[in-house]
Structures are given as structure tokens and as C-alpha cells.
Ligand binder design. Structure first.
Ligand SMILES: Cc1cc2nc3c(=O)[nH]c(=O)nc-3n(C[C@H](O)[C@H](O)[C@H](O)COP(=O)(O)OP(=O)(O)OC[C@H]3O[C@@H](n4cnc5c(N)ncnc54)[C@H](O)[C@@H]3O)c2cc1C
Length: 428
């Protein structure tokens, strides 16, 4: 029997859910708060279509099979990131190689996980227990400030490690990119939806009953058999739910904390960082971590053989304080950090693109919401399960690859399947 299902949000998770519903013969209606689709996927494309820059998500790896297939279906292929395989990770201010420090601590944290599963602690307390020097702990702390976009003392250590466990790839996450703008992938998913996609419709309230659901924005109300809420948990927590749904889901929704990230990409005529002098040796630099300021890193984000680009990610408290500054002042400061690590050549860029995702009202903020210390350790287990004709889907809830576009696609598809089974069971 064909079901009418409302999907809240047209990010990758919502679009993947709507697509799966169409494939199952259902009738999806997608309500999107913004005037564009894609959520944290946001490409800037030149008028001639030749040049594009990703203001949000960008990098994937070939193990991320859903997004690889989507890229191919949309007419694109994968291309390697610019950095050479022997590129090094360095620390800024007194540039020095820090690769081993970072690799070693990951193993130690894994080992300590057994302990934290019994008794959760803030992530900061977990890495403070590491058997490494104070200076090295500052690198780790800064790395997490950027990676999670949230101050590590707010994050649950058990939640963080369980998120890492859901990253099943053998590969680094920085190996490949799609050779076209990612917004085109969103458009490919949205194409069959046609009139079912309603823009600038921010959902404020959802009511559930045995007969179905009703979903309201400021100006409209839609009735349907079920609803998939494909927005990050901290954003979903702002939607008013009926009493029974709130009882089921509110504690899980409030177990997340949102983050802040600023992404700046500089473009150059050539990748001068592939031949830099670090600690007296000529080397290729792949990534830089800053301990001052905290939560900042820079990667080589070029597409190999196509362009030369450096991207800075400014996370957590540093992003929040920079977001209060005028954009020119913020860019000037970021550029001074860049030249500190890469030398004056870094100032000779040909273009620059910046985007702030600091506590974003509809996309959560940061790469994704983190599990907050002091609440549920596995809130995603609750949010994934349908109840009263509703279910949640966003990258954070994915069984694999949470916080990535791949996770969003998988979470969306999974939620559609689960909801349909749930609705069928309710009617039999
Ligand atoms: C700067 C940055 C860099 C990133 N880099 C990478 C990367 O390199 N590789 C990677 O794989 N991932 C990356 N990510 C993460 C990736 O973008 C996300 O995991 C993924 O896009 C999340 O998709 P989603 O659909 O779950 O959520 P979102 O993209 O947040 O989509 C949610 C949608 O719901 C809408 N919405 C919210 N509230 C409402 C409401 N009340 N009513 C109606 N609509 C609503 C929003 O407007 C939005 O369109 C990055 C993210 C950022 C911000």
C-alpha cells in the first residue's frame, strides 16, 4: 500500500530518504527550511561552470560506496586529493613533524575504551590519562577541537569512541574528491521529487496520532502516514513534538551538543607546500595542526593535477570568537596563521572562499553534532527506531560513517526502510 510520508530537511539524509521512499512506491513530501537544498553540502560554482569550491563537505574515500555510486550516477568520477602519499603532518609556530605522536595516541585511546564504557567521562579527561608529554596533549586537544568542532570537555568519551567505531574504513578519510560540484549530487537526488519539494518551510511542530501525523510550519500544515526528521539532533530538538513522541525521544535529542566550524579555502597557481623545508629537510606538507590558536588545522585540499588549494578549518571556541569579528578582520587573522606555517608564499593566493557554520540554525553547526558528556551514551539507537509513525535520520545516526556525507545517505535510506516496516506493522 502506498504511504504518504513527510521528510523534514533536504540535506543528503533527507534527499536519500525521499529517494528510497519513491523506490518503495511511496509518496514523499519534502519540507526544507532553507531556500536551497543540500544542507551542509554547499558548492560555489563559477558562471561558466568550470571552477567550483566546496564551502561545506568535500572529501570522501572510495570505501564510501553510496556517495561513490551517487557521484557516478550524476555523471562524475573520483579524483585523488593533491597531497602525495608521503606528505607529512606538522605543527605550526615552530614547524616540526608530529605524525607519530598522533598515530600512537589513537591506539592508546582504543585500549582505554573498555574502561570508559563502564563509566563515562569527558573526552578531555580521557586523553589527559594518555601516557604522553603535556606538549603532545596540546596537539591532541587542538586536533579534537577541530575534528569535533566542540570543546572536548563537553563531549562524552564513550560517545566519541563509539562514533570512531562506526568508521569501518581501512582508509584515511582524506584520499579522494568528486570531480564536480557536490551540489549536483543533491540535485540528482532531488530531480524525481519535482513538486514534492517545498522550500522555505521550516517545520516547527509535529503531532502524531494512531491515524497518522500532522506536520506544521508557520504557514502550512501537512497530514501524512508518517514522518522522517532528517535534520541534526540539536536542530530537531527545537521542533515541538506531541507528548508521546517527546517522551520517547527528547532525552536522546538532548544528548547531543552542536559545534562551530569556519572553513576557508585559498587557491594558488602552484602547490608550493609540496617542497617545503621543515626541520632542515625538504618535505611535502600534507596537514598542519595549530596548538595556538587551538582547534585550527590546514590541509592540502587540491584535486591532484587540477588545482592547488589549501583549506583551513577553524573549530570550537576559536571559531566562536572569530565569528564575532568582521569578515575582513577574521580573514586577515587566518591568513597570518597560514603564513606562519607556510611562509610568505601563502599570501600569494589567486582566490579565497570562506564560510562560517558557527551554531548554524538549520544545519546544527560543525561537521555534525557530538554526543554530550553526562547524558545518554548511545542516543542514536533510540532516534533510529520508529515510534508513533515518526523516525529520525541525519548523518549523526548512521550505522556507519556518521559525520560524513556517506553517513547521511545511509541514515536516510535506513530510516525510510525502518519507517515503512513500522507503518506496515501498525496496520496489520
Ligand atoms: C565545513 C564542513 C566540512 C565538511 N567536510 C566533510 C567532508 O569533507 N566529507 C564528508 O563526507 N562530510 C563532511 N562534512 C559533513 C557533511 O556535510 C554532513 O555529514 C552531511 O552533509 C550531513 O547531512 P544531513 O542531511 O545529515 O544534515 P544537513 O546537511 O545538516 O541537512 C539538514 C537539512 O535540514 C534542513 N532543516 C533543518 N531544520 C529544519 C526544519 N525545522 N524544517 C525543515 N528543514 C530543516 C536544513 O536546512 C538542511 O537542509 C562537512 C561539514 C561541514 C560543515
Amino acid at each position: 500500500m502506498s504511504k504518504k510520508i513527510i521528510v523534514v530537511g533536504a540535506g543528503f539524509s533527507g534527499l536519500a530518504a525521499a529517494h528510497a521512499l519513491l523506490e518503495m512506491g511511496c509518496e514523499p513530501i519534502v519540507l526544507e527550511a532553507d531556500s536551497r537544498i543540500g544542507g551542509k553540502v554547499k558548492s560555489e560554482v563559477s558562471d561558466d561552470g568550470e571552477r567550483f569550491v566546496e564551502r561545506g563537505a568535500q572529501i570522501i574515500n572510495p570505501d564510501m560506496t553510496d556517495i561513490v555510486q551517487l557521484a557516478v550516477k550524476a555523471g562524475f568520477s573520483l579524483i585523488r586529493t593533491g597531497v602525495s602519499d608521503d606528505g607529512l603532518l606538522i605543527q605550526a609556530s615552530e614547524p616540526k613533524v608530529i605524525e607519530e605522536q598522533v598515530e600512537d595516541h589513537e591506539e592508546q585511546l582504543e585500549y582505554m575504551q573498555i574502561e570508559t564504557e563502564r563509566d563515562d567521562i569527558p573526552l578531555t579527561d580521557l586523553y589527559k590519562r594518555l601516557d604522553i608529554k603535556e606538549k603532545e596533549k596540546r596537539v591532541i586537544s587542538s586536533m579534537y577541537g577541530e575534528e569535533l568542532n566542540v570543546e572536548p570537555h563537553l563531549v562524552s568519551a564513550a560517545g566519541f569512541l563509539s562514533m570512531n567505531d562506526r568508521y569501518p574504513s581501512e582508509k584515511e578519510d582524506t584520499t579522494h574528491q568528486v570531480n564536480g560540484p557536490l551540489t549536483k549530487l543533491a540535485e540528482h537526488l532531488a530531480a524525481p521529487l519535482k513538486d514534492a519539494l517545498h522550500m522555505e518551510q521550516a517545520v516547527t511542530e509535529i503531532n502524531t496520532s494512531v491515524g497518522g501525523v500532522s506536520v506544521s510550519t508557520e504557514s502550512n500544515t501537512w497530514d501524512a502516514d508518517g514522518v522522517i526528521i532528517a535534520v541534526p539532533p540539536t536542530v530537531a530538538a527545537r521542533i515541538k513534538l506531541s507528548e508521546l513522541a517527546a517522551k520517547q525521544y527528547e532525552e536522546a535529542l538532548h544528548s547531543y551538543v552542536n559545534g562551530s566550524i569556519i572553513k576557508i579555502t585559498w587557491e594558488y597557481n602552484e602547490a608550493f607546500w609540496t617542497q617545503m623545508e621543515v626541520e632542515g629537510e625538504e618535505t611535502s606538507v600534507a596537514e598542519v595542526i595549530y596548538t595556538n590558536p587551538d582547534g585550527v588545522n590546514v590541509i592540502d585540499s587540491s584535486m591532484r593535477g587540477k588545482n592547488a588549494r589549501l583549506t583551513m578549518f577553524i573549530g570550537a571556541a576559536t571559531a566562536e570568537s572569530m565569528a564575532t569579528e568582521e569578515e575582513d578582520r577574521m580573514l586577515e587573522e587566518a591568513e597570518s596563521w597560514l603564513t606562519e606555517a607556510f611562509g610568505e608564499a601563502a599570501a600569494s593566493y589567486t582566490s579565497r572562499t570562506a564560510e562560517s557554520w558557527v551554531h548554524h540554525p538549520f544545519c546544527g553547526g560543525g561537521y555534525g553534532d557530538s554526543i554530550r558528556y553526562g547524558h545518554m551514551i548511545k542516543p542514536y539507537m533510540i532516534l533510529r527506531e520508529p515510534h508513533e509513525g515518526m523516525v529520525f535520520a541525519s548523518s549523526e545516526l548512521a550505522e556507519t560513517y556518521p559525520h560524513f556525507m556517506e553517513g547521511a545517505l545511509r541514515a536516510g535510506r535506513a530510516a525510510a526502510g525502518r519507517l515503512i516496516v513500522h507503518l506496515q506493522e501498525r496496520t496489520t
